[in-house]
Design a protein around this ligand. Structure first.
Ligand SMILES: Cc1cc2nc3c(=O)[nH]c(=O)nc-3n(C[C@H](O)[C@H](O)[C@H](O)COP(=O)(O)O)c2cc1C
Ligand code: SF4
Length: 690
């Protein structure tokens, strides 16, 4: 099947300064938690995207000088020539399939604490560093000499980027992360010289640097500017109309305008709070202000929405970070008329958590992300099956679905069985919760893929016993039987059941997802710290319950700081009138009252409640597996070679862990036994001789 002519416009070449992108698919800069520590893993990830048809492929933000760095976060560096080979490897990966390679030069200014380099941070105006961790460090105001130095450093960094064979060099003035934004904004620029005051003055550094960069490398490289569309940091931050003035005043300055929302949390808004194309109102009309091409973002996964953006004159390029992570092959799939095969991003921001935790990024939808080099996993290619033929997958949640899909791709005979009447396990239940409907794509994508595979049969409403499994005649069985929320309060604060005299009804998230809602006043105890406590507070408040949320943490849904959702969740709960009590555990339930307990002083506070909702922790549903293990001596005589437990059933975790577990099981079936060897490749720092 070929391309639908409606989408032809997405495949038109577009010029950016001295270079031309082969189509309108533009992978905007995104980090990956690997950066300079895992350069080959990152390069291979970009290579796969180039293979998937993206016309432009950017690196993540690249620290362009050692005097401004954002340790402990792991991005790329282009501090001096020693960094060039790493950058060159990524450019080469993009070029292999005809994509333009771009790098985003970042001078972090007031956003760079310099914890590693120990240099004094430089910013337009002296002020405390503005980071997620509020590092106790200040920047000093740049002198005129510092500004001259900064201009020279940019020119030199551009020359290094050119020597690494980059086609596009982006200057970062967005998300509060780049010095050009700090100069542009009256919030961070209080200068009274020619670099402060009027918009023209505040834009002076940007103008000088772009002109000097073009002078240095403009014969071969396009110079682009990544600009926040609005700052969203209060009155002093710049507004969308000021951004429009800026663009009009400098219409021809960069070779392309790369437009992104305010803070990073605004721009990479999760699906819980932001729809596809959420930035449209802020971008619309900007193209009329400039003859240069415009790229914008908005979690674009639908080709129809993409076409509309171009045809209605809003964007020239379809910018994408997360959609390109969830499915690096979107352009090729559109080109080949395989729209149903697009693996749509669910907007969960787990990919961002890899960067925020300085580990390595994962993707819920695409378990091969950042494993392309480490494990040799390709998102669209699979080894043909090994010596065995048949596999029974028990449980059609994220782990079971992904295992069945990849086993099916490899050519095994697969039966997927689930006790419930619907496919999808936890995502089918959770997608009905407030804001989580897009998460259902985890099931939808896989359900469609499995429906196309003649070698995979699905049996729902089919609760298998150990005897059934032993009798089935399959060579392998994999149990992805999910997990259950516990009602006894055991989690981090209480490692044994919390004291409870049974005087109040206690609910779990499973009860609510099964449609059993408590009445009246509900105390939610959240010692899980991810999204569930906040989501259920929202559900109950919207259902008219009086809700108090207790958490031993200093933040509501604390782990969502890593998915950039925490502030939106807290704000939403305030809007809904949820009473929030931080740094308080649920100490005990007695005499019809839940007693909160201050985690610092131990002081107790009695609450009035009709019910308690325990969002504490989950236990794996592994009873079936344990029964089968107890009968291991029978496996061989019944033709069974292996029975494995995976996903939440083995160890409960976010959905991304489950799809990864399913994928890994299916990839490794019939593979060699590697014993104690490391199951992935890595790069180790080279020692210098002196
Ligand atoms: C994992 C991740 C890392 C990101 N890192 C960067 C970065 O280094 N530089 C940058 O300008 N934007 C970064 N972004 C923001 C994206 O470029 C993009 O503007 C935003 O995610 C919205 O686009 P999307 O909806 O297509 O994801 C990152 C986004 C993600 C998801
Ligand atoms: S981790 Fe979630 S938000 Fe990020 S790309 Fe994957 S599906 Fe999208």
């Amino acid at each position: 099947m070929g391309r639908d002519p409606r989408y032809d416009i997405l495949f038109e070449p577009v010029q950016i300064g001295p270079v031309t992108a082969k189509n309108r698919f533009y992978q905007v800069p995104h980090c990956n938690g690997g950066g300079y520590r895992d350069p080959s893993a990152a390069a291979q990830m970009r290579r796969v995207k180039a293979e998937g048809g993206w016309g432009v492929i950017f690196t993540e933000q690249t620290e362009m000088h050692h005097s401004s760095e954002i340790a402990p976060y792991i991005e790329l560096r282009l501090w001096d020539d020693e960094d060039v080979p790493i950058l060159a490897k990524m450019a080469e990966a993009a070029h292999e399939q005809g994509a333009l390679a771009g790098t985003e030069l970042t001078y972090a200014g007031v956003n760079g604490p310099n914890l590693y380099s120990r240099e004094i941070p430089l910013a337009p105006t002296a002020m405390p560093i503005r980071t997620y961790t509020s590092d106790p460090v200040s920047a000093r105001a740049m002198t005129k000499k510092d500004i001259r130095d900064l201009r020279r450093w940019h020119r030199n960094a551009c020359l290094r980027a050119k020597s690494a064979d980059y086609d596009l060099i982006c200057l970062y003035a967005a998300h509060g992360h780049g010095v050009f934004q700090h100069f542009l904004s009256t919030a961070t620029n209080h200068r009274s010289d020619e670099y402060g005051g009027s918009l023209e003055n505040r834009a002076r550094l940007m103008r000088e640097v772009i002109e000097e960069c073009r002078d240095a490398v403009g014969d071969r490289c396009g110079i682009t500017l990544r600009l926040s569309l609005i700052e969203t940091i209060g009155e002093l931050g710049f507004s969308n109309s000021e951004v429009r003035d800026l663009i009009e005043m400098h219409a021809e300055l960069p070779d392309l305008w790369d437009l992104a929302h305010g803070t990073w949390a605004d721009c990479s808004g999760p699906s819980r709070f932001k729809e596809e194309a959420a930035q449209q109102d802020l971008v619309e009309g900007i193209k009329k202000l400039t003859p240069k091409p415009v790229v914008g973002v908005g979690r674009f996964t639908s080709p129809d929405v993409m076409v509309k953006q171009v045809k209605s004159g809003i964007l020239d390029f379809i910018g994408a970070a997360r959609p390109s992570i969830a499915d690096p092959f979107i352009p090729l799939k559109i080109d080949e008329g395989r729209i149903e095969d697009i693996r749509e991003c669910i907007g969960c921001n787990i990919c961002i958590s890899g960067d925020m935790t300085m580990s390595i990024s994962r993707c819920t939808q695409n378990p091969t992300f950042m494993e392309e080099w480490r494990k040799g996993w390709h998102p669209e290619e699979f080894d043909v099956k090994g010596e065995s033929d048949s596999v029974l997958v028990v449980g059609a949640g994220p782990a079971g679905l992904e295992a069945a899909r990849v086993l099916g791709e490899r050519g095994y005979q697969v039966v997927l069985a689930d006790a419930r009447t619907e496919i999808g396990g936890r995502v089918t239940r959770e997608r009905k919760l407030p804001g989580l409907s897009a998460w259902g794509r985890v099931a939808d994508y896989r359900e469609y893929q499995l429906s196309q595979m003649p070698n995979v049969d699905i049996y729902l409403d089919n609760e298998l016993t150990a005897e059934d499994i032993l009798d089935f005649g399959f060579e392998h069985a994999v149990l992805a039987t999910g997990s259950s929320w516990r009602a006894d309060g055991v989690s981090r604060y209480h490692v044994a059941a919390l004291p409870n005299d049974g005087s109040l009804p206690v609910y779990t998230p499973d009860d609510l997802m099964d449609g059993r809602l408590p009445d009246g006043r509900v105390v939610i105890y959240d010692d899980d710290h991810y999204y569930m406590g906040g989501v259920l507070a929202e559900l109950l408040a919207e259902a008219g319950r009086e809700v108090t949320l207790l958490t031993p943490s200093a933040h509501v849904s604390a782990w969502t700081n890593n998915t950039l959702e925490q502030a939106s969740i807290h704000a939403r709960l305030l809007e809904l009138g949820v009473e929030i009590r931080l740094n308080h555990a649920l100490g005990r339930i007695e005499g019809g009252q839940p007693f909160g307990q201050c985690v610092f002083s131990g002081a107790e506070l009695a609450h009035s409640a009709d019910a308690v909702l325990m969002v504490a922790s989950r236990v794996g549903n592994d009873a079936l597996w344990r029964t089968l293990v107890a009968r291991e001596h029978e496996w061989a005589e019944r033709g069974i070679r292996s029975i494995k437990l995976i996903g939440d059933a083995e160890a409960p975790a976010p959905i991304a862990w489950a799809t990864y577990a399913g994928h890994r099981y299916a990839r490794e079936l019939d593979g060699p036994d590697i014993g104690d060897a490391l199951p992935f490749r890595r790069e180790v720092t080279q020692l210098k001789n002196d």
